[in-house]
Design a binder for this molecule. Structure first.
Ligand SMILES: *[C@@H]1O[C@H](CO)[C@@H](O)[C@H](O)[C@H]1NC(C)=O
Ligand SMILES: *[C@@H]1O[C@H](CO)[C@@H](O)[C@H](O)[C@H]1NC(C)=O
Ligand SMILES: *[C@@H]1O[C@H](CO)[C@@H](O)[C@H](O)[C@H]1NC(C)=O
Ligand SMILES: *[C@@H]1O[C@H](CO)[C@@H](O)[C@H](O)[C@H]1NC(C)=O
Ligand SMILES: *[C@@H]1O[C@H](CO)[C@@H](O)[C@H](O)[C@H]1NC(C)=O
Ligand SMILES: *[C@@H]1O[C@H](CO)[C@@H](O)[C@H](O)[C@H]1NC(C)=O
Ligand SMILES: *[C@@H]1O[C@H](CO)[C@@H](O)[C@H](O)[C@H]1NC(C)=O
Length: 409
């Protein structure tokens, strides 16, 4: 006991959060967070912090091309603040049990219509909202998961989501495992529907700025190049980002063409075609791109579904995944009210406040077709509806980092 609190105090004193949890536990086998309530894992090249709130990644630290450590995900400084913050950007979390939007907060399974809690786009008639976003007002991203295992390079969270919670039928039990090895951050999510057929679609909702929110020339991510080699199509959405049922072609040279060649996120920012691309009055990206691969393929080796690179830091991120869609959100709603962490914005320049501006980050989500439960014609039922007689829901992804002064192909 004394030893444990001494090493905790020492860790805090030396500002070495990573040394505290090197063994992952305090001698009792119980996982132990640092003084900020964060759990750390390490590999030779990566250090990552996590909080139980939404099973969220809170920090990812990697050296840039000059050997300077950069913390490249948005988050808060301590675990406590995740529940306090009212903006709730879903920082780094696992939105559940159904990520993104559910039209009219309803869906049908085996002829039964289910109504889930709405929490977006309130109107006079529907003050709580007209649709459900990220699993409802008390979805997984608003709850503390349990830490079930924590080693030097891996952490596993679990949640038991009761029957009827947020209106969803049946109990769901989920395990989220994050592991770092060398340059790789691996995500493995498994979810089991134990009592009734229910929708399950999950993702990792991390906000990235590959310059560690520390670029001394620009606080925007416009210069990050994005390549989505398999994404020749996207899901059409209406004014409030609800899928219409149509699947659209991303014409070559159009604002949504990220497949024909890598393109800076901000390349088309002045194009009239980008206005309304992410809903009414929104210029930018909040789009579900389909990942069109023809099987059989090995998701680990047969090509990244996305590549992002920043020339300023030289940090490149290649995302490998078994998922059939990829959501890109270019931080269109950010407006400078989210503050940076202590580990970010590490330079002295009055031009840049220590906050995240519009277009200052990008969310990259490996997932399935959004609102597939309301579009049986897309054939997503087997990937999105799970009952006790079915196998588990599984999501696998590897986020592979490398350092290049220019984007490589
Ligand atoms: C180890 O950590 C757990 C959970 O944080 C705590 O309940 C327990 O008292 C600690 N044990 C020792 C020996 O410090
Ligand atoms: C916790 O984090 C928040 C947001 O990052 C910060 O404003 C606050 O000062 C932190 N509190 C402590 C005790 O470190
Ligand atoms: C989650 O855990 C934190 C401590 O890390 C606590 O402050 C907070 O109240 C908890 N939030 C919820 C929603 O249980
Ligand atoms: C929308 O949900 C309501 C129940 O809240 C239901 O009565 C109505 O039929 C639904 N509309 C559509 C188009 O599904
Ligand atoms: C800006 O950052 C770069 C890369 O870290 C560094 O080489 C340069 O000296 C910095 N410029 C200023 C004015 O601080
Ligand atoms: C954007 O990237 C180009 C090279 O691709 C570089 O010349 C330019 O300085 C970068 N601008 C900023 C603001 O980082
Ligand atoms: C988008 O940007 C790319 C790269 O600069 C350019 O080739 C293309 O014409 C632009 N498209 C539109 C619609 O502005």
């Amino acid at each position: 006991m004394q030893f444990a609190s001494l090493s905790l105090a020492l860790g805090a004193l030396l500002l070495l959060p990573t040394s505290v949890s090197a063994s992952g536990c305090n001698g009792t086998g119980k996982p132990t967070p640092d003084a900020d309530g964060k759990y750390w894992i390490h590999s030779e090249h990566l250090k990552a912090g996590f909080v139980p709130y939404g099973a969220a990644i809170s920090d990812l630290i990697i050296n840039d091309q000059y050997g300077i450590p950069r913390d490249i995900v948005a988050g808060w400084d301590n675990a406590t603040y995740y529940s306090i913050d009212e903006q709730h950007p879903n920082y780094g979390n696992v939105p559940g049990r159904y990520a993104n939007r559910i039209k009219n907060s309803t869906f049908e399974i085996d002829g039964i219509t289910y109504r889930v809690e709405p929490n977006e786009n309130p109107t006079d008639e529907h003050p709580e909202g007209v649709n459900t976003l990220h699993g409802g007002p008390d979805g997984w991203g608003w709850r503390n998961f349990t830490v079930v295992s924590h080693t030097k390079n891996s952490i596993t969270f679990s949640i038991v989501d009761p029957d009827g919670k947020e209106g969803f039928p049946g109990e769901v039990i989920s395990y989220v495992t994050y592991t770092v090895t060398g340059w790789d951050w691996d995500i493995s999510i498994v979810a089991l529907s134990t009592t009734k057929k229910t929708p399950i679609m999950l993702t990792s909702h991390a906000y990235w700025n590959l310059d560690g929110f520390a670029n001394n020339e620009t606080s925007l991510a416009h210069n990050h190049t994005l390549h989505l080699p398999y994404s020749g199509q996207r899901v059409a959405v209406d004014n409030i980002l609800i899928p219409t049922g149509e699947i659209l072609a991303n014409e070559k040279g159009s604002v949504n063409d990220f497949w024909s060649a890598p393109k800076p996120l901000g390349a088309n920012i002045t194009s009239p075609e980008l206005e309304g691309n992410c809903g009414l009055g929104c210029t930018g990206y909040d789009n579900c791109y389909t990942v069109n691969r023809v099987g059989p393929y090995d998701w680990r080796t047969d090509g990244h579904v996305a590549r992002v690179h920043s020339p300023w830091s030289g940090i490149q991120l290649d995302i490998y995944s078994d998922q059939d869609a990829f959501q890109v959100y270019s931080c269109t709603q950010q407006d400078g009210t989210l503050t940076l962490k202590r580990s970010q914005g590490l330079f002295d320049d009055e031009r840049f406040p220590r906050t995240i501006p519009q277009y200052g980050c990008v969310v990259l989500e490996v997932q399935d077709y959004i609102d597939g439960i309301n579009h049986p014609a897309w054939g997503r039922t087997e990937k999105q509806i799970f009952g006790p007689a079915d196998g588990p829901y599984v999501l696998r992804a590897t986020y592979r980092f490398s350092i290049h002064s220019t984007e490589t192909s």
